[in-house]
Each structure stands twice: as C-alpha cells, then as structure tokens.
Ligand binder design. Structure first.
Ligand SMILES: Cc1cc2nc3c(=O)[nH]c(=O)nc-3n(C[C@H](O)[C@H](O)[C@H](O)COP(=O)(O)OP(=O)(O)OC[C@H]3O[C@@H](n4cnc5c(N)ncnc54)[C@H](O)[C@@H]3O)c2cc1C
Length: 351
C-alpha cells in the first residue's frame, strides 16, 4: 500500500493548486485524474477581468484575489501569466454614461485606466457598433493548459493515477482506501463531474456550459489586447489564433460542442467583426457554477474523511489560488472556513 496524507480527485486548476499548497506544507499527496476529460480549465480563456455584467460591476473578491493570483502565477513561471489590457467596446450612450459613473468610484480606481483608451476610428475599422472604449488595468490571461501540464509533470513523480475514479473501489471507513492508496482524507475537486459523486451530489449545482470558437483572424490589429464587445470576448492565443466566446447555457443536454452554439457564436461574431476569419476549431466546457455563486469548500456532513473543493464558477482561474490556499490551511487545521463558502451553509438549509 502507498500511504499518503491526502488523496485529491481531479487535477483541474482547483485540484492542482490544492495539491501545490499541501505539498508546500510538507504533505504527501496522491492525485487521480481522468486525463482532464472535459475539464473546464482546459476550455477556459483564463482571463482575469475585475468587471463583469451588463451593469459593469466589480466581481466578488476582485480586490483580494486578483493581485494575489497574478503574483502567484508570475512567481511560478513567467510563461503562465500574460498581462493584456482589456478593452471594453461601448456601443451606446447608456454604456458610456454607466462607465463614467463607475470610473468616478474610487473603489474601482485600481482596475480602470481612466486616462487611456484606444483610437475609436481604428477600432471601427475592425469592429461594428463602436461608440467609445475604455481600458481596464491589471487584466490578463492565465495559460491554464500550461499550468495544468506543469503540475501534472510534478505530481506524476509522486502518486498519480491517470484514470476515472471508480467509486465502487473506494472504501471510506476509519481510513480511506482506493486501490493501492491509503490515506486519512479524500478531497473531491471534480468540477462539474461532481454530479456523479455519491457523497456530494446533494449540494445544489447550477452548472453552465460554455462553447467557444478558435479562429484565425487575418490582419488583426489588436493582438496585444483582450477585446470585450457585446457578449463576446476575443482573446489572443498563439499563431494568429483567437479564443472567441462564449455561450452560457444552463439547460445543456450533453457536454460536447453543438452545431447550434457554433452557428450562434459565428453569427454573433459576424455581427461585431468586420474582417476575414477562418474557424480553426470549436470546443465546450462546463463552468462549475453554484446557485449562490460562492464556491464549495469543506467537510462532508457525516463522513469526516471526505471533503470538497469545487464551485469556482466562471472565475476559477483567478479565484483558485486564493481558495486553494484557504482550503489547504483548513485541512491542516490552520484556519476555519468563512460561513459563506463553507458547505455547512447548504447542509443547514437541508435540515
Ligand atoms: C467556456 C469557459 C470559459 C471560461 N473562461 C474563464 C475565464 O476566462 N476566466 C476564469 O477565471 N475562469 C473561466 N472559466 C471558469 C474556469 O474554467 C473554472 O472555474 C475552473 O476551470 C474550474 O476548475 P476545476 O478544477 O474546479 O474544474 P475542472 O477544470 O473541470 O477540473 C476537474 C478535473 O477533475 C477531473 N475529474 C472529475 N471527476 C473525476 C473522476 N471521477 N475521476 C478522475 N478525475 C475526475 C476532470 O477530468 C478534470 O481534470 C471558464 C469556463 C468555461 C467553461
């Protein structure tokens, strides 16, 4: 048998960073992951964006998480984080006014470049319906695929099972047993696949599928920017390829890309984009969103050896460092969890 301190199920961004913080504390960790099959982290753009929604609101915990996550990824490797200003294209007077009100708010100063913007005429050569634009500061892109591969390389030097966890072979008694692994604690970081987990499938999930297209844009002038226009984000990848998306579907039937979303994204993009482009591929992922939009951290209501770290929603790339560190500290008895993220909040409502 292989004795470890913790067994983590899922090596998406949540499981990877939890493993990182635990091993940094001298703990021995085993990982099981089914080769990132349909991992949300693989489909994500990995954007750090402090302002979202039609009404331009600062996202939950932006101040606490964004600085920390940028420096976290930068310290791991300069390859993991690319600083890219996010240019928000405004299409009507209401949006321009809303931005003026927002930028007058000192709580947002850190995230808005009030004195900078792109030339509206230049933008209008490429994009339709541009009245004005604003540039956000401290925005950028985390290369999640590189981050996951980096951790996979490190973690697979220890106990790493590349397979789908077979719940029939998981025994939880005084200790936790799975095949050759024996441990005291198992932590589930399965993303949307948590619905298949018999221990935690009574938590409320509200998963949202997102579909995207990857396209080659000819003679595109904004490769140094993230462009947000109407409901779409255009994110530079490599070799003139761009991540364009994404849809937001709570009523999905399956997790594969669909023709319906493909054509609808294509139509949406053509409505805003004037240039030539060629679609290279399209893919889908499921955001592990939760009804109250707060992550799930904590211990199972009755099985003391079982824990969950999930529900990072649509912002997992930059929430993950903050909450993975918190979850590791909690597992090591160094902290308690705040009520609004502890899963006990859900169990209390069930009683
Ligand atoms: C289209 C789209 C765009 C997004 N864009 C952004 C963005 O720009 N910025 C941002 O911050 N966030 C974004 N997100 C959200 C972000 O991707 C998620 O919050 C984050 O990736 C969740 O990570 P996770 O580790 O919880 O889940 P996942 O990445 O899904 O990882 C779960 C892992 O567990 C494994 N697994 C599950 N069950 C089992 C099992 N039984 N046995 C073995 N392995 C198992 C899976 O294979 C997977 O590798 C986006 C999401 C989508 C879908």
């Amino acid at each position: 048998m292989e004795k470890v301190d913790f067994l983590i199920v899922g090596q998406g961004i949540a499981g990877s960073l939890l493993a990182y913080f635990l091993t940094q504390n001298g703990q021995k960790v085993a990982i099981i992951d089914n080769n990132h099959a349909f991992s949300s982290s693989v489909a994500a753009a990995g954007i750090i964006n402090p302002i979202t929604g039609r009404n331009f609101v600062k996202t939950w915990l932006a101040d606490e998480t964004i600085r920390q996550s940028i420096s976290f990824y930068q310290q791991l490797s300069p390859d993991f984080y690319q600083n890219l200003p996010l240019v928000w294209l405004l299409e009507n007077i209401k949006q321009v006014n809303d931005w003026q009100i927002l930028s007058a708010n000192e709580h947002i100063n850190y995230f808005i470049n009030t004195d900078k913007k792109l030339d509206n005429h230049l933008l209008a050569n490429t994009y339709n319906e541009v009245l004005d634009n604003v540039i956000l500061a401290h925005t950028g892109k985390i290369n999640l695929v590189k981050v996951l591969n980096y951790f996979k390389n490190i973690l697979s030097k220890g106990v790493y099972l590349e397979e789908k966890l077979d719940f029939k072979q998981l025994i939880i008694s005084e200790k936790v047993y799975y095949k050759q692994i024996i441990t005291d604690k198992i932590i589930f970081c399965e993303g949307y696949q948590a619905t298949e987990n018999p221990f935690f499938n009574d938590l409320h999930y509200n998963f949202a599928k997102g579909e995207i297209i990857i396209a080659k844009l000819a003679n595109y002038d904004f490769s140094a920017y993230l462009i947000k226009h109407k409901g779409l984000l255009v994110v530079p990848l490599e070799d003139n390829l761009y991540w364009i998306g994404s849809s937001y579907d709570r009523d999905y039937q399956h997790i594969l890309p669909t023709e319906k979303a493909y054509y609808s994204l294509k139509a949406e993009f053509e409505q805003i984009y004037k240039g030539e482009y060629e679609i290279f591929s399209y893919l889908a992922g499921v955001r592990p969103t939760v009804r109250d939009r707060k992550p799930y951290l904590g211990q199972h209501k009755s099985i003391k050896q079982a824990y969950i770290f999930n529900g990072l929603g649509a912002k997992g790339s930059y929430l993950a460092p903050y909450f993975a560190q918190m979850m590791a500290d909690y597992l090591l008895g160094k902290t308690i969890l705040a009520k609004d993220i502890d899963i006990q909040r859900i169990y209390k409502k069930q009683n």
